[in-house]
Design a protein around this ligand. Structure first.
Ligand code: C2E
Ligand code: MG
Ligand code: MG
Ligand code: MG
Length: 279
């Protein structure tokens, strides 16, 4: 009856609330500690260009927790953004990536690295001075960093975001628009903002070989990008059929489990040798 189902619902809701509060408190104590103790780790996922070469990788952070094992970013990035911890976390990611680029160069591996940057980090501005300073210290010519931003970065503080994007580009970094097609930005906005490339979201790529609507969307997005002289990177390629379709559509670069899952830095050298030997 109504009374019972009402009570049942209340209990479920309450347990869920409890769970959320508990999770928030757990993250609040433990993520801060993880950052201090350097229990975060960066995995790298290769990007394959039109010639089939790997000249760039994306840096994706994970949390190595003694309690819970390897925690994916979807379980802590939102919290880090809300709490402001994303600022020191993002700083750690950027400095670690630059150190890794230098270490790879010593092994004869030259790569660009794409780094995800949240809206909150743009407001803080520290990410720009960190990058500039670290490049100078390392004596790196140009800037082998691709800053990945989402459309949401432009919503809250557009003017500041745009000027920071220009500053990144002046430094030699590229700016890439992540998860393109899932946000609210219009095509006219795309023409106005200083970006070098868009990353076509996985949702367009998934099963694209058998879905006419996705096919039309991918072709249309690539056409717009080309008209604006932007490169297109396709995310989430899992099958050969998806690969074939995006290649035929004129995508410039591709990334996905079909090539490799994100991997620890020390596995990348081996993977690259194996990959180029296969071709
Ligand atoms: P993203 O930037 O869009 O990264 C792509 C995500 O898709 C990664 O998930 C990657 O592992 C996954 N992926 C790549 N290829 C495939 C595929 O073929 N199939 C499927 N199903 N998935 C694929 P991940 O590593 O779990 O990262 C999730 C999100 O967390 C990222 O999405 C990014 O928004 C955020 N993130 C990761 N690292 C950082 C960071 O250092 N800073 C910030 N602010 N955000 C980060
Ligand atoms: Mg990304
Ligand atoms: Mg993405
Ligand atoms: Mg994403």
């Amino acid at each position: 009856n109504a009374k019972e189902s009402g009570r049942g619902k209340f209990c479920v809701f309450s347990a869920e609330m409890n769970q959320r509060v508990f999770e928030y408190l757990w993250l609040d104590t433990n993520l801060r500690k993880a950052l201090e103790n350097q229990n975060l780790v960066i995995h790298y996922q290769p990007q394959v260009d039109v010639e089939g070469h790997v000249t760039a990788v994306e840096a994706l952070v994970r949390w190595q927790s003694t309690e819970r094992g390897l925690i994916p970013p979807k379980d802590f990035i939102a919290y880090a953004e809300e709490s402001g911890l994303i600022v020191p976390l993002g700083r750690w990611v950027m400095l670690s990536v630059l150190a890794q680029i230098i270490a790879w160069r010593e092994q004869g591996i030259t790569l660009r690295v794409a780094v995800n940057v949240s809206a909150r980090q743009l407001i803080d501005q520290g990410i720009y001075s960190d990058l500039k300073q670290a490049l100078q210290q390392a004596g790196i010519e140009g800037c082998p960093i691709d800053i990945e931003l989402t459309e949401s970065c432009l919503i809250d503080n557009e003017e500041q975001a745009l000027s920071l994007m220009k500053q990144f580009q002046q430094l030699g970094a590229e700016v890439h628009l992540d998860d393109f097609g899932t946000g609210y930005s219009s095509l006219s906005q795309l023409a106005r903002i200083p970006v070098n490339a868009i990353k076509l979201d996985q949702s367009f790529v998934r099963g694209v070989d058998s879905q006419p609507v996705s096919q039309s969307l991918v072709r249309a997005i690539v056409a717009v990008a080309k008209a604006l002289e932007l490169r297109v990177i396709a995310e989430g390629i899992e099958t050969e059929a998806e690969e074939q379709f995006v290649i035929a559509s004129g995508v410039d670069s591709r990334q996905g489990f079909y090539y490799a899952k994100p991997m620890p830095a020390d596995q990348l050298g081996h993977w690259l040798r194996h990959y180029s030997a296969k071709k």
